[in-house]
Write a protein that binds this ligand. Structure first.
Ligand code: UDP
Length: 404
């Protein structure tokens, strides 16, 4: 009998889904055939209009609307305003969520989004379910208070800094474990070495490859940075635009003096990252953790204020990368890094490797699966199904009575 792990996330950026996919991959790797994993963007698929449109505002909020995002994050994390969110939203969405939970019947629920902790606890209670809820915090250092719900069974954090914040917001120490950032297994088990992968992916042999990525949404002035890098000599470049189709169209139409390949949303980031000599990126926790594991040095060009500001300090403090924020300075820095005899790239790669937690997904998967109920013996299984059927009939009877 398989048990069900339900992951709740939202497609805001690429990190929440990537984290859930990495954990699900690790679950199936460790316990083949024992678990069913479901990854659900409940905001988009399970809430009514206009709430279901909110995730679509994220690219605007982290693009032209960045000052609005900065103000929202600062106010909601410092003032107790965030405490209003669960009691306001939970009843509004309860009927649909309870119906969804009853349909999935999870054995464990995993929240990989700050808005799904306090709310999910309420919905589980309302559905009469007692299954464990595990929070997997996907922000590397700065943790918004909405991530932290003292009623969850377990909270897994990427760094010790994040753990300290979780404790500060009231989680009991025995329920917070540092496991690392969940990252797909392909980053720690590359399909081939750097040069072979480069050729397999169609890049030129023997020429340094710079990989430019702005997270899942193509954040920041990627077109200006790419045009700046176009003036460097002796390099080739891959630009990943993520879901930013307008950016991809602009870059596709541009003329290039160096070998350049432009991608939309890619599904082979482990290969691209391993093939690259340098990652030029925003300070997204997913991309940084992946680069640490792949041994690819990073040059950070920007960050989303709030959840990513401290990531820059974290990387600089550990000398695992550099931060340069104008297209001209980025091009000059890249040129300098590839100058023969410059040891900086190798030093940064070494320091980054010390931050890498290649087994994070496996560790997280073990923690989550340990909370799932044991597989029942054959007779128990029939009994359990009968009990579930009885419970659900009783609940729907109680609801009908309550409506009358
Ligand atoms: N990603 C991907 N394909 C793309 C762009 C990004 O798979 O075309 C993945 C990337 O490997 C990483 C995540 O999306 O796992 C980005 O997460 P991060 O936390 O760095 O930034 P976010 O997009 O969440 O702001």
């Amino acid at each position: 009998m398989t048990r069900t792990i339900l992951f709740l996330m939202s497609d805001t950026g690429g990190g929440h889904r990537a984290a859930c996919e990495a954990i699900a991959e690790a679950v199936h790797h460790l316990y083949p055939g024992q678990f069913r994993t479901i990854i659900e963007d409940i905001w988009t698929h399970r809430t009514p209009w206009p709430i279901n449109r909110l995730p679509k505002t994220y690219p605007w909020l982290t693009g032209p609307g960045l000052p609005v995002w900065k103000a929202m994050w600062a106010c909601s994390s410092r003032l107790p305003l965030h405490r209003l969110v669960p009691p306001l939203l939970a009843p509004l969405l309860a009927n649909r969520m309870v119906a969804f939970l009853a349909q999935v019947r999870p054995d464990v629920v995993v929240s990989a989004h700050p808005l799904m902790n306090h709310l999910t606890i309420r919905w589980l209670r309302r559905a009469g379910m007692t299954c464990p809820l595990v929070t997997v915090i996907t922000d590397m250092v700065a943790v918004h208070p909405l991530w932290v719900c003292p009623d969850v069974s377990l909270c897994l954090t990427p760094t010790d800094e994040a753990r300290q914040t979780a404790l500060h917001y009231g989680l009991p120490p025995d329920r917070v474990v540092v496991c690392g950032q969940p990252v797909r297994l392909g980053f720690s088990r590359p399909a081939a070495d750097r040069e072979t992968l480069r050729q397999r992916l169609g890049f030129q042999a023997g020429k340094p490859l710079v990989l430019l990525v702005g997270g899942g949404e193509g954040f920041g002035p990627l077109d200006k940075i790419a045009r700046g890098l176009n003036r460097c000599t002796g390099i080739q470049m891959a630009v990943v635009c993520g879901r930013n189709q307008a950016l991809k169209a602009r870059l596709d139409a541009a003329r290039w003096d160096i070998p350049v390949r432009i991608f939309g949303f890619v599904h082979n980031m482990p290969e691209l990252m391993t093939a690259a000599d340098l990652l030029v990126t925003k300070a997204g926790p997913g991309m940084l953790a992946e680069a640490f594991i792949a041994g690819t040095p990073v040059l950070i060009y920007g960050f989303i204020p709030g959840q990513e500001t401290d990531n820059v300090h974290y990387v600089l403090r550990h000398r695992a990368g550099l931060y340069v924020d104008t297209p001209e300075a980025i091009a000059a820095q890249v040129q300098a890094l590839f100058r023969p005899g410059n040891p900086t790239l190798a030093e940064m790669a070494g320091n980054a490797a010390r931050l890498a937690r290649p087994n994070a997904s496996l560790e997280i998967a073990r923690q989550i699966c340990a909370l799932a109920p044991p597989v029942p013996a054959e007779g128990d299984d029939v009994l359990r199904r009968l009990q579930r059927g009885m419970r659900s009939r009783l609940r729907s009877f109680a609801r009908r009575v309550a409506v009358r």
